[in-house]
Design a protein around this ligand. Structure first.
Ligand code: HEM
Length: 262
């Protein structure tokens, strides 16, 4: 959620605003429909407003939740910056060109990250977040059943992994979620890089990182490494991501409820 927030008009909690006046908000745009946990954020925000009203922005809550999710899944604990203020604009169409689909190639991904002040290294490091969590079958099933547009399988996928994915994800399944790093979806570890190196990355946007020498070298190094390098890099890249187009002071507000401007 922090990534989807920061990449669209900056880390300003625009992701959390509800649609208004027939203008669909970011959260109702197709790339954000799989996101979960908006209700949990409302609970956290309500408790914070009771304890210390008007102090903690929804944008900072997203940054802290991301940090804590990593720590609670046995990843690194890192210091983050706070003081972001919440924005007032959330328009679904603003997503175009900012959040790239899972079918993207490395050139497009690197260009989009560059626009945000992030490097190819940040891309391969932050993609390592796919070591935790789940994906809807519909987010990658075209690789199984319709790669060419007229059926067919993506030859970039490990053929010995395909039967397991086909078993979990039947054609046109829009509801099942599968582990992105099988068997280790609640462990923030090097599993993502091991998967991608074996051509078991779930998305083309994961596999494509093998097509740039720099991102490929990073992946291949992590396969045999201790997690120290990745943990340190991940913390640094998350702090960088959390700085994208931040609003401070009177540029924004501290929302009372994350789904509504004050
Ligand atoms: C590089 C471009 C990226 C693409 C194309 C991409 C794409 C996706 C897709 C398609 C899903 C599955 C959504 C679903 O069907 O439920 C997903 C899940 C996820 N992504 Fe990414 N992602 C990218 C970068 C990132 C970054 C930078 C982070 C965090 C730093 C991240 C963290 C996650 C997490 C934690 C999940 C699991 C969500 C869950 O369990 O519900 N992703 N991503």
């Amino acid at each position: 959620m922090h990534y989807h927030d920061c990449f669209v008009n900056g880390c300003d909690a625009s992701l959390l605003l509800n649609s208004t006046n027939n203008v669909p908000a970011e959260k109702d745009a197709p790339p954000n429909l799989p996101l979960r946990g908006f209700d949990k954020i409302d609970v956290i925000k309500a408790k914070l407003e009771m304890a210390c009203p008007g102090i903690v922005s929804c944008a900072d809550i997203l940054a802290m939740i991301a940090r804590d999710s990593v720590f609670l899944t046995y990843g690194p604990y890192y210091a983050i910056e706070t003081g972001r203020r919440d924005g007032s604009r959330s328009v679904a169409t603003d997503i175009q060109g900012n959040l790239q689909p899972p079918t993207s190639n490395v050139t497009t991904l690197e260009a989009t990250f560059k626009q945000k002040g992030l490097t190819a290294k940040d891309l391969v490091v932050l993609s390592g977040a796919h070591t935790i969590g789940h994906s809807l079958c519909s987010s990658f099933s075209s690789r199984l059943y319709n790669f060419t547009g007229h059926g067919g399988l993506d030859p970039a996928l490990d053929p010995t992994y395909v039967p397991k994915l086909m078993c979990e994800c039947k054609p046109n399944d829009n509801t099942t979620r599968v582990e992105m790093d099988p068997g280790s979806a609640f462990n923030f570890d090097l599993g993502y890089y091991k998967d991608v190196a074996r051509r078991r990355g779930l998305f083309t946007s994961d596999d494509t990182l093998l097509h740039d020498p720099e991102t490929k070298a990073y992946i291949e190094r992590q396969v045999m490494a201790s997690p120290d390098e990745f943990f340190k890099d991940f913390a640094e890249s998350m702090v960088k991501m959390g700085r994208i187009q931040v609003l401070t002071h009177d540029q924004g507000e501290i929302r009372k409820k994350c789904a509504f401007v004050n």
